[in-house]
Design a protein around this ligand. Structure first.
Ligand code: SF4
Length: 246
């Protein structure tokens, strides 16, 4: 934690920090680790297929779990729990993410962050200071599709910067693409694969349409298994591994 500065500890005391949602024990959110997953309301994107619109829009009421409660639980779970997954919404929007990650690391747990990758400057302090053990970075589609899928202007180069910075610091990561075939065609997926290609793992996950931020997608048929398998096969040459999840 070379970049750690003394003043950070003052903001890391925990009394005022709050988590918006909490899955105490998760077997699926942190590859290879049993973790506790924390959710933070608010996101800078408005993905049409977003399955947790309330969290994305920051519209509570949320659970509002006090940080000290989380920490007590982690302390009791030592030996069973290995890590903490920070998820959202978009957790890198939270100014106290650094403080929380610092406390988690200092308690002996690993840290994972789920991010849309659009704000590398917010994630960088955690990367630089050795607070991050794993990251899941959303890749929403090929660069030309971001506006249509995410509903706002996005700097696609920022997403690439996030991925490349994680790699430069040797932090394991996965790329994740959520697919609805009305938003991403097979050709769009191939274009995305050519853009993001490398020694990287890509997870392709079908869009869940029971709840979506854009009501027009609600209840629509997501991609079927055969379509997904075909796309995964077509993308496979560009990555070290392509896995269908969900
Ligand atoms: S799916 Fe999109 S809008 Fe929803 S939380 Fe993730 S990045 Fe934000």
């Amino acid at each position: 934690m070379s970049g750690y500065i003394e003043g950070d500890w003052a903001t890391a005391q925990g009394e005022n920090m709050v988590v918006d949602g909490w899955v105490k024990v998760s077997l699926i959110d942190f590859p290879g680790s049993i973790c506790s997953t924390l959710f933070f309301g608010g996101c800078n994107l408005r993905c049409r297929y977003c399955h947790n619109p309330k969290m994305a829009l920051g519209q509570g009421p949320f659970e509002e779990v006090k940080w000290n409660t989380v920490e007590e639980f982690l302390k009791d779970g030592k030996g069973i729990l290995h890590g903490v997954c920070f998820s959202g919404g978009e957790p890198t929007l939270r100014p106290d993410l650094y403080a929380m990650a610092l406390r988690v690391k200092m308690s002996g747990f690993k840290v994972k962050v789920d991010t849309n990758g659009t704000m590398p400057e917010n994630l960088f302090p955690l990367i630089r200071d050795g607070l991050l053990d794993y990251a899941a970075v959303d890749v929403k589609g090929s660069p030309g599709k971001y506006r249509e899928i995410c509903g706002v202007d996005v700097s696609e180069s920022a997403v690439m910067e996030t991925v490349e910075t994680l790699e430069r610091f040797g932090i394991p990561l996965e790329l994740r693409t959520t697919v609805h075939q009305d938003l991403l065609s097979r050709e769009d997926m191939l274009e995305m694969a050519r853009w993001m290609q490398g020694e990287r793992i890509l997870y392709i996950q079908p869009c869940r349409t029971s709840i979506t931020l854009d009501p027009r997608l609600q209840g629509t048929l997501g991609p079927d298994k055969a379509w997904l398998e075909g796309v995964a096969e077509a993308c496979a040459p560009y990555f070290s591994k392509v896995i269908i999840r969900g």
